[in-house]
Design a protein around this ligand. Structure first.
Ligand SMILES: Nc1ncnc2c1ncn2[C@@H]1O[C@H](COP(=O)(O)OP(=O)(O)O)[C@@H](O)[C@H]1O
Ligand SMILES: [Mg+2]
Length: 449
C-alpha cells in the first residue's frame, strides 16, 4: 500500500510547503516543491537530502528493517519505551477509531500524521495540505488551567508509576494540544513554560510565545519515572558541570509537582523568534549516508571521527572543531559516569549551508543504574594497554595529537575532581544510586590516572 504525506516547514515569513512524500514497503520517495526550491531555503528534508544535492530529482531512500522510513522521519515516530507518553496517548486514540490501524508500522504512520509537527527540528508532517493549512491557522492553546493541570499530573503520575491503561487519553490530548514526541527513555513533553528564574511546573502548549504579558519559552519537559528515581537531579548537575567547563548548554529549570520531579530544558532548535532550526542526530545522518548502518553498534567511536570528516566534504561543517568537541564531551561523559553518549544523544544543528554540533543534551550519569552501567554506548575497543592509552588513541582519531589528547583527558579529570562529592550532596537521589555511581567513578578515574 502506498502512503502519502505533505511536509511543511515554518520560516520567518510563514509556513512553506517543502515537498510531497510517498512511502511504500520498499522505499520512501520525497520531492521538493517548486515553491520551496524557488525560496532558496538550503535546509530541506535532511542534511544529506538537501535541495542543493537533489533539486528536482526525487530523494529515494530504500527501506531496510531498522528504517521503514527515511531516517530523518523516523525521529518523529514516538519510541516504543514504556514511558513514552505520546505513544500511549495516540495508541489509545487510534484504538477508538472505527477502523483501527494494525499494530506495527501502520500504527506508527498514523501517529506520525496525528502528532508529527512542532517536534524536534524544522519539519512538520501532515496527511495533506489542507491539514497543514488548518494547523498553521490555529493559535497556540491558552495556558493550561490549574485544575486541568493537576488532573493531568495526577494521570501522568499514576501512569508512569503503574500500568496506566486507565488514563483518559482524549482528555489529555485535548489538554496538551497535539503532543509531538522526542525520542528517548524518559517520559517527556514538548511544551512552553514562563520565562522566569523560578518555575513552579506551570506550562502551556508548545509554540506559546507570550501570555498575559509574560514571555514563554519552548522547552523539553522531562518527567522523572519511578524506575529512574534521581535522574532529574543528576541530569541537572551534569548540565551545570558541562556549562562550567565552557560547553554550550541550554538553560534549564527543575520543579517538583505533586511529588514528581520535573526538568525543563530550553529548546535550542528554535531561534529567538520561535522559528524552527534544522536539527538532526548523528544517527540519522549516518543512516542516510550509509546503507550498512543500522544502529550504534555499526560504528565505533574512532570511526565517528572519520565519518565527520567525510561529511564535511558535502556540508559546511567545521569538522576539526566538531571532532575535538566530541572527544572532549566523551572525556567528560566518562569522568562523570555517563556511558550513554550514543548517536542520538549527539546532533547537528543548522542546515547544510552552516551546520554545527548541537549544544549538550542528555548528559545524565546513567551508570548509576546497573542496567546502564556501560563505559560507552558507541563501541570502543578498551582491550589491552592501559585505559588512558585507549583514550589517547580515540583522541588521535578525532584529530588531536597524542599530547593534546592526554592533556584534554587530564584537564577533564582535574575539572571534575569534586564531582563525586557533589553527587553525594544531591537531595532527591536515592543513596544507593549515589553510592553505586561514586564507586564506579572512583575505580574508573583511578585506572585513568
Ligand atoms: N534542549 C533541547 N533542544 C532541542 N532538542 C532537544 C533538546 N534536548 C533534547 N532534545 C531532543 O530530544 C530528544 C530526547 O531528549 P533526551 O534528553 O535525549 O531524552 P532521553 O533522556 O529520554 O534520551 C533528543 O534525542 C534530542 O533530539
Ligand atoms: Mg537521549
Amino acid at each position: 500500500m502506498d502512503r502519502y504525506a505533505a511536509i511543511w516547514t515554518r520560516t520567518a515569513t510563514g509556513p512553506l510547503k517543502m515537498g510531497d512524500l510517498v512511502v511504500t514497503e520498499r522505499e520512501t520517495r520525497f520531492s521538493y516543491t517548486e515553491e520551496f526550491l524557488d525560496s532558496k531555503n538550503p535546509s530541506g528534508l535532511s542534511l544529506l537530502s538537501s535541495p542543493k544535492l537533489y533539486a528536482r530529482n526525487p530523494i529515494v531512500f530504500q527501506t531496510r528493517q531498522s528504517f521503514p522510513l527515511h531516517p530523518r522521519l523516523m525521529q518523529y515516530i514516538p519510541g516504543h519505551g514504556r514511558g513514552n507518553i505520546q505513544r500511549r496517548l495516540y495508541t489509545k486514540i487510534l484504538e477508538k477509531r472505527a477502523n483501527p490501524a494494525a499494530p506495527g508500522f501502520e500504527t506508527d504512520w498514523e501517529i506520525l500524521l496525528l502528532a508529527g509537527r512542532n517536534g524536534i527540528g524544522h519539519l512538520d508532517i501532515f496527511r495533506d495540505d489542507r491539514a497543514a493549512l488548518e494547523w498553521y491557522e490555529r493559535p497556540p492553546r491558552e495556558a493550561i488551567g490549574n485544575t486541568e493541570r493537576s488532573t493531568f499530573w495526577q494521570s501522568i503520575r499514576d501512569d508512569i508509576s503503574q500500568d496506566i491503561l486507565e488514563m483518559d487519553a482524549e482528555k489529555i490530548a485535548q489538554l496538551l494540544g497535539p503532543t509531538p514526541s522526542a525520542g528517548g527513555m524518559i517520559p517527556k513533553l514538548l511544551v512552553a513554560i514562563p520565562d522566569q528564574q523560578n518555575w513552579n511546573g506551570e506550562f502551556a502548549s508548545a509554540g506559546m510565545r507570550e501570555l498575559k504579558g509574560q514571555a514563554y519559552r519552548d522547552v523539553i519537559l522531562k518527567i522523572e519515572p519511578v524506575e529512574y528515581n534521581g535522574v532529574v537531579a543528576l541530569e541537572s548537575l551534569c548540565l551545570d558541570v558541562h556549562r562550567e567547563l565552557g560547553f554550550s548548554v541550554p538553560k534549564h529549570w527543575v520543579a517538583s509537582v505533586d511529588g514528581m520531579q520535573l526538568l525543563a530544558i530550553e529548546r535550542f532548535d528554535r531561534d529567538a523568534t520561535g522559528v524552527p532550526l534544522p536539527m538532526e542526530s548523528l544517527y540519522s545522518v549516518f543512516a542516510t549516508g550509509d546503507r550498512q548502518f543500522n544502529g550504534n553498534e555499526d560504528t565505533d567511536l574512532e570511526a565517528v571521527g572519520t565519518r565527520l570528516e567525510k561529511l564535511s566534504t558535502v556540508v559546511n561543517l567545521d569538522h576539526r572543531k566538531a571532532r575535538r568537541e566530541i572527544f572532549q564531551r566523551f572525556c567528560l561523559a566518562f569522568c562523570t559516569g555517563n556511558g550513554d553518549m550514543h548517536l542520538e544523544n549527539l546532533s547537528f544543528l543548522g542546515g547544510p549551508d552552516k551546520v554545527n554540533l548541537a549544544p549538550v543534551y542528555d548528559p545524565s550519569p546513567m551508570r548509576a543504574w546497573p542496567q546502564h552501567n556501560i563505559r560507552s554506548a558507541i563501541p570502543i575497543n578498551f582491550e589491552g594497554k592501559n585505559l588512558a592509552e585507549n583514550f589517547i588513541r580515540v583522541g588521535t582519531a578525532f584529530g588531536l595529537s597524542r599530547k593534546a589528547s592526554a592533556e584534554m583527558l587530564q584537564e577533564t579529570l582535574d575539572a571534575t575532581a569534586s564531582f563525586m562529592a557533589r553527587v553525594m550532596e544531591l537531595p532527591n537521589v536515592p543513596s544507593t544510586r549515589k553510592q553505586l555511581l561514586v564507586d564506579i567513578l572512583t575505580k574508573e578515574r583511578g585506572d585513568l590516572q
